[in-house]
Design a protein around this ligand. Structure first.
Ligand code: NAD
Length: 357
């Protein structure tokens, strides 16, 4: 029997509630599909800061490195906003990404037919949406140096540096090619090469690498146009390849095409070693502790973990089918509810999904 060791980071806010559902579901899937999954829970985020004085304790990072995959719920709360930057829960995320060298962030955005009405856009605009945003995650302006504040001037000034070398662009392009080859083989690379030198290098490098794979059809788009096109005609995209800053913004925009942020999973990967699988949403402090959060984004992240991280494709499909069956019966959490649906709590919808596995 195959044995997997995963690290579960429940984090803050709604994290523990949605993690509880994920744990139960993973245990059931492991039984049904004949593999063993050991779930090791570690402190991470605000809760880790409170108990250990840091949002990403060494012990947690070590355990993540030793695992086959990491499943992360979410971190953060307004009460940590006044802490020094390196002590905030979100800094823990950056530390985890760096520690595991997670340079590629993958966000699938797919409309589930039963949720067509949940989008704020018209049905006919979103019905064919099935795209993946591939975002570079550990370079660009979020990590570029020098950075800082200049305070000894007449008026205060602050600055950051957006930089990439061609090797960083090459490796993320190779990930996009791999993903595009499993889909419609179309990559749209998004940049701002009409203004930024770093984007010119991005565009040249992406062209150079993709031209080696004759199956791939490459297009380029400026980021401002990409934002517009994602709202105007999102069905045109297959794989969107972009840098850290542009990907951060565009992937949230793409996320809202589906109607609820409570439905979107993501994976952060490197070329070898464990990936981190996590919902796109944050810790939702406004609904934490009420048992009303939508656990599906985390379950879909668990599904990505099974498929990409553990190669348990059948179990992943079983889980996705179970989710679709529950949604098509009109069962919803509050964030997805319309007048005609039955509203369930986080744990109740979890149980319904378990019943379909
Ligand atoms: P958020 O994603 O936590 O919440 C935005 C809105 O969506 C809220 O109204 C929330 O109730 C709702 N929502 C989010 N997830 C939901 C779910 N699963 N089910 C139902 N409703 C859901 O974003 P925010 O309010 O901007 O941030 C809250 C905290 O989360 C902040 O501290 C922020 O820094 C942190 N954050 C963490 C991550 C992460 O852990 N990866 C990502 C984004 C934000």
């Amino acid at each position: 029997m195959k044995k997997y060791k995963i690290t579960l980071l429940s984090g803050d806010g709604i994290g523990p509630e949605i993690s509880e559902v994920s744990k139960k579901v993973l245990k059931k899937l492991s039984k049904n599909h004949n593999f063993d999954i050991e779930i090791i829970e570690k402190l991470f985020g605000g809760i880790a800061y409170e108990k250990c004085g840091t949002p990403a304790p060494e012990e947690t990072l070590d355990q993540c490195k030793k695992s086959d995959a990491v499943l992360l719920a979410c971190v953060g709360d307004i009460k940590y906003d006044s802490l020094a930057r390196e002590l905030r829960p979100e800094s823990g995320l950056l530390k985890l990404r760096s520690a595991l060298n997670l340079f590629a962030n993958i966000r699938p955005v797919k409309i589930r037919k039963s949720l067509l009405d949940a989008s704020t856009l018209k049905k006919e605009i979103v019905e064919n949406v099935d795209l993946i945003v591939v975002r570079e995650l550990i370079g660009g302006i979020y990590f570029g140096k020098p950075r800082g504040h200049i305070t000894n001037t007449k008026i205060p000034k602050a600055f950051n540096t957006m930089s990439y070398d061609s090797a960083e662009i090459e490796r993320i392009t190779e990930i996009a090619i791999k993903i595009a080859n499993q889909r419609n083989k179309k990559i749209c690379s998004v940049d701002k090469s009409n203004v930024l030198e770093v984007s010119q290098l991005w565009r040249d490098t992406v062209l150079n690498i993709t031209s080696k794979d004759k199956n791939i059809s490459l297009s380029n788009m400026y980021v401002d146009n990409a934002a517009m096109q994602l709202v105007r005609d999102p069905g045109q995209f297959d794989v969107i390849l972009t840098s850290n800053l542009f990907g951060d913004i565009l992937s949230d925009l793409a996320a809202m095409l589906t109607g609820s942020i409570g439905m979107l999973p993501s994976a952060s990967l490197n070329n070898n070693g464990p990936g981190v699988f996590e919902p796109v949403h944050g810790s939702a402090p406004d609904i934490a502790g009420k048992n009303i959060a939508n656990p599906i984004a985390m379950l879909l992240s668990a599904s990505m973990m099974l498929k990409i991280g553990l190669n348990e494709e059948e179990a992943a499909e079983n889980l996705e089918t179970a989710i679709d069956k529950v949604l098509s019966k009109g069962l919803r959490t509050a964030d997805l509810a319309d007048g005609s649906s039955e509203v369930l709590s986080c744990s109740e919808i979890g149980d319904k999904i378990m019943d379909e596995i």
